[in-house]
Write a protein that binds this ligand. Structure first.
Ligand code: ARG
Length: 466
């Protein structure tokens, strides 16, 4: 085709030679942006509706455009549509198909519009739908955590700092910690949606249009909260995609942390939980292996989502107003971030309710690690000893326990009193795991009673949201 004018191109008028074959492929986005076909058609229908309303197209033209777009949608969904790389992107593919189907009326659709505001609209519409799905998945996962937390509100496990046994906590409390992380993620997602939900349509190429368009009308037809305020900003802004990836990155941070804990807990060394076989795979060489692939993959996939956030930030850095072709690079990272997050949420939401808790092993581990040492120090403080002195006394008792291979609760009253005369028979009440957790009975504490309250409060919030 070289040497010939690109007659099939919407912008071919001012060109005297055809586009280089490699450049055609290099500049095209059709291989990935065809994913926006539904939103592109929806946006075109709203635009045509508005053109008709302000009398830029007549009744018959509007009708033909509607019929034509509906049949294109059908062709695409039944796999009959032929995407052409020559036509560069989803917008020009659909517009060319429309003109091929209905003739002159098809050529009028692009009045008062540019691909710049068109793509900005499409991608917002697309992300808005995806955000709704992701929101639903997040809630499903959160509800799974609430059920598990409630069921295991009184199940005792060691709590860790520095991955060393610190104090006993309840497993339900641990699940509620995950719930809280996700709840903040949900807030960030909702926040992203609020700013995203404005219509760029009508900004045209960059400066607006000379036609008497009605931007309020297209915004409301597309269920946006209203039109964007500045045409230059409208066609160049990709903040919403970056915000989504920032949300996604933090969500993945949280899922990777939960994954890491599940992996540790499922190991033979911890043996706190069992992951059902359907979420694990085996080894081709070691017959005994059962690998926690699902949480490992979630942990691993976190990296690509961070990468997309960094990619999009760098894509926008230093870009002059208004639209630049650079922005075509926004789609693949955004699509992949959405797909990754959706899959990971789904995997987690399916897996959480199926976790089998090995309460006896958790309890055993909590008993082994001197996890009630702080309780003994607090006991002494309640009998008038300064905390620093109490800390010292208990440190010595722990050293004695280690030397004799006994936990604090296993020492006799006489042995304990050797460290401080204020210690009485009632000390065993605080040295038990149950005594320890149930005495942390305040908002945000690990007591089973508080866990149940936190679950109930969270359930109320969840039900208000829907
Ligand atoms: N495929 C383009 C993109 O994704 C659509 C907008 C093209 N606009 C232009 N002036 N070349 O950004």
């Amino acid at each position: 085709m070289s040497g010939k004018k690109p007659a099939n191109k919407a912008w071919g008028g001012r060109f005297s030679e055809a586009t280089d074959e490699f450049v055609t492929r290099f500049t095209a986005s059709i291989t990935f942006d065809q994913r926006l076909y539904k939103q592109d058609i929806r946006g075109s229908l709203a635009h045509a509706h508005m053109l008709h309303e302000v009398k830029l197209i007549n009744d018959d033209e509007f009708r033909q455009i509607k019929v034509g777009l509906a049949s294109i949608l059908e062709d695409i969904e039944s796999g009959l549509f032929e995407w052409s790389v020559e036509l560069e992107d989803v917008h020009m593919n659909i517009e060319a198909a429309l003109t091929a189907k209905i003739g002159e009326a098809g050529k009028k659709l692009h009045t008062g519009r540019s691909r710049n505001d068109q793509v900005a609209t499409d991608i917002r519409l697309w992300l808005r739908d995806e955000i709704t799905d992701i929101h639903t998945q997040l809630i499903r996962l959160q509800n799974g955590l609430l059920d598990l937390a409630e069921r295991e509100a009184a199940t005792i496990m060691p709590g860790f700092t520095h991955l060393q046994t610190a104090q006993p906590v309840t497993f339900g409390h641990h699940m509620m910690a995950w719930f809280e992380m996700l709840d903040r993620d949900k807030g960030r997602l909702q926040d992203c949606l609020k700013r995203l939900n404005r219509s760029p349509l009508g900004a045209a190429a960059l400066a607006g249009t000379t036609f008497p368009i009605d931007r309020e009308l297209t915004a409301s037809l597309l269920d946006f909260d209203g039109p964007t305020a500045n045409s230059l900003d409208s066609v160049s802004d990709r903040d919403f995609a970056i915000e989504f990836c920032a949300f996604a990155s933090l969500l993945m941070t949280h899922l990777s942390r939960a994954s890491e804990e599940l992996i540790l807990w499922a190991s033979a060394q911890f043996s706190f939980i069992d992951l059902p076989d359907r979420f694990c795979t085996g080894s081709s060489i070691m017959p005994q292996k059962k690998n926690p692939d699902v949480p490992e993959l979630v942990r691993g996939k976190t990296g690509r989502v961070y990468g997309h956030l960094m990619g999009l930030l760098t894509l926008m850095k230093g870009q002059p107003l208004a639209y630049n072709k650079d922005n075509q690079e926004d789609k693949e990272p955004l699509f992949d971030a959405v797909d990754t997050v959706s899959d990971c949420l789904r995997a987690f939401a399916d897996m959480i309710p199926a976790i089998e808790v090995k309460a006896d092993n958790m309890r055993e581990a909590a008993l082994r690690g001197y996890s009630t040492a702080t309780d003994l120090a607090d006991y002494l403080v309640n009998r008038g000893i300064a905390f620093r002195d109490a800390h010292e006394v208990v440190g010595k008792a722990v050293a004695f326990g280690i030397a004799h291979n006994k936990d604090l609760a296993e020492l006799s009253l006489a042995q304990l009193r050797a460290f401080h005369p204020s210690i009485q028979e009632d000390v065993f009440g605080v040295l038990t795991l149950e005594g320890s957790v149930s005495s942390r009975n305040h908002v945000g504490g690990t007591a089973p009673e508080q866990v149940k309250k936190a679950v109930a409060a969270a359930r109320t919030m969840q039900s208000l949201e829907k």
